[in-house]
Design a protein around this ligand. Structure first.
Ligand code: FAD
Length: 501
């Protein structure tokens, strides 16, 4: 029995990873003291490191794998403050001032990226371009109108329009001018080259397993300990869950295709009002592409993930003259319960440990704004965005969501143990029942079997097989493991336990 994996379009790699070299920073070898230890080398970690080093702080970025290969190496890299539909919601739920702080943070992030690109002469295909959220149906038009009105109240560059560069009609759209896009890895690798050296470090293949909140803080890794006066947890999903992030974050996975068209690629960045589909123009050394994304779902609940890629391809072919699909990839981002990221002190009692997470699919600007905010908090400067991003905020809007989300996590803890056995096809994984308990079995193309405990090493939920990525994904908190059980996405820090066959 064969899966339809082979029928998938394109090479399984992101356009960004496929068109940049792999990095080779050293692993940590000796204990070390720095001003700030930063856990994770994505856009948050690397931007925070660059900004702190600029202010004279010594930094050490500790990366479990290779930098800029996590979500930031697999994003669609729209650099915009137009986040589908958010401003009308923010004004209604949090009031004008907080909505304005969020708008200002994200607009400032675009300018921060532009400044770094200019000052550090970064060649990363940075391009000023318009962003659109568009309605395909009449019943969504009032949402577009409300968003334009809200955005204008906050001083954002919003325009209500009925035309876009897309080759199909739309009912209405919000356009933000003077937004941007870039090649995220070319940008981040250039930042990294400026960070490493003169008393600051990037360590790769150095997974952090724990940290303390003292002065100095101790950051424990697989290879040694770093002492630091401040720690930034920029690991995407925060590790070491002292502040219940597991109950406050929902990891959401979605899929991207990079297509070549037999017609001009529309210049712009586009998203539907329900976020079901996203598109972006890209022109670089590797040619001109249309990126098309969508088919999002909670991590571990994707079912037939192969079919998800196929549905995006179908959707794209119905709307564009697709000549070929060159790359395909998937990644995930964390959503918070009230749609605002968590950036600031890690917990209500943290003094020296900071966190940045929960960007809800908009981490290019929110992640950059997070780095600016954390730099300011660490330097003891006032920052007007601190309150709106405060991870320790208590607000009533998130409470019903909190209850729903916790119930879902609990369902996975209990329900997962009841799954039923079945045969395993070549190249596939499955949870099977054995006399000594449930086992996550992977049968490679050559017939060899890997048997693992299906219990996620983060909190014990049962992982699910993801056929398109050939991985074991945890539906509770979004940890992902390769077919052989190695961690490929946290919060888990340990591999799935191996079982003798
Ligand atoms: C399909 C998709 C498309 C998107 N498109 C856009 C877009 O167009 N525009 C936009 O603004 N946002 C977009 N986003 C969101 C954005 O890409 C993310 O919010 C952002 O990249 C997150 O950055 P990060 O630094 O938090 O995480 P990452 O880039 O994942 O970095 C975290 C790093 O921490 C490392 N790490 C994890 N655990 C440990 C540990 N224990 N020790 C050491 N290191 C560790 C990881 O290996 C990783 O390298 C998209 C998201 C998705 C899912």
């Amino acid at each position: 029995m064969k899966s339809n994996y082979e029928a998938l379009p394109g090479k399984p790699n992101s356009l960004w990873l496929a068109t940049t070299p792999t990095t080779s920073f050293p692993a940590l070898q000796n204990d070390l003291l720095v001003d700030v230890a930063i856990i994770g080398g994505g856009i948050v970690g690397l931007t925070a490191a660059a900004l702190l080093k600029e202010q004279g702080k010594s930094v050490a970025v500790l990366e479990a794998g290779r930098i800029a290969e996590g979500v930031s190496g697999n994003t669609t890299a729209k650099v915009t403050s137009l986040h589908t539909l958010i401003y009308d919601y923010l004004i209604q739920h949090f009031g004008h001032d907080k909505a304005q702080a969020y708008a200002a943070a994200n607009q400032s992030a675009i300018e921060q990226i532009a400044t770094l690109v200019r000052d550090k002469h970064i060649d990363c295909e940075f391009k000023r371009i318009a962003a659109y959220t568009y309605a395909e149906s009449e019943k969504e038009v009032n949402k577009v109108e409300a968003e334009v009105a809200a955005a204008l109240k906050l001083g954002l560059p919003a325009v209500l329009t009925y035309e876009t560069p897309l080759p199909f009609p739309i009912k209405a759209a919000i356009r933000f001018d003077d937004q941007a896009q870039f090649h995220p890895r070319k940008y981040l690798l250039a930042l990294a080259r400026n960070i490493h050296g003169v008393g600051s470090y990037i360590f790769e293949n150095t997974r952090v397993t724990d940290f303390s909140d003292d002065d100095p803080c101790f950051v424990t890794t697989e290879h040694g300990t770093i002492k630091a006066h401040a720690v930034i947890v920029a690991s995407h999903f925060p590790l070491n869950d002292m502040a219940f992030y597991s109950l406050r974050l929902k990891p959401h996975r979605s899929y991207v295709l990079a297509a070549r068209l037999a017609e001009p690629v529309p210049e712009g960045m586009f998203i539907t009002t329900d976020s079901s589909h996203t598109m972006r123009y890209h022109s670089g050394d590797s040619g001109i592409f249309l990126l098309v994304g969508g088919e999002g779902h909670r991590v571990g609940e994707g079912g037939d993930t192969v079919a998800r890629y196929q549905r995006i391809e179908e959707w794209a072919r119905e709307r564009f003259a697709v000549e070929s699909i060159v790359y395909r990839w998937a990644t995930q981002d964390n959503q918070t319960l009230d749609k605002l990221p968590y950036v600031g002190h890690y917990s209500p009692t943290s003094e020296h440990v900071y966190v940045a997470t929960g960007f809800g699919g908009w981490g290019m600007t929110n992640g950059t704004a997070a780095a600016i905010l954390l730099r300011d908090l660490i330097l003891g400067r006032e920052n007007p965005w601190a309150e709106v991003y405060d991870p320790n905020r208590v607000n009533l809007i998130s409470l019903p969501e909190f209850v729903k989300h916790s119930a879902k996590v609990t369902k996975h803890f209990v329900g997962d143990r009841l799954s039923v056995a079945g045969s395993v096809a070549l190249g596939e994984g499955k949870i099977v029942e054995t006399k000594s308990g449930d086992v996550a079995l992977y049968k490679a193309e050559d017939g060899s079997i890997t048997a693992l405990s299906p219990a996620c090493t983060h909190m014990g939920c049962f992982v699910q097989w993801n056929p398109a990525e050939k991985s074991w994904d945890c539906p509770c908190h979004g940890s992902r493991f390769a077919a052989d059980g190695i961690v490929i996405h946290g919060p888990a820090t340990k591999r799935l336990e191996q079982i003798e066959t």
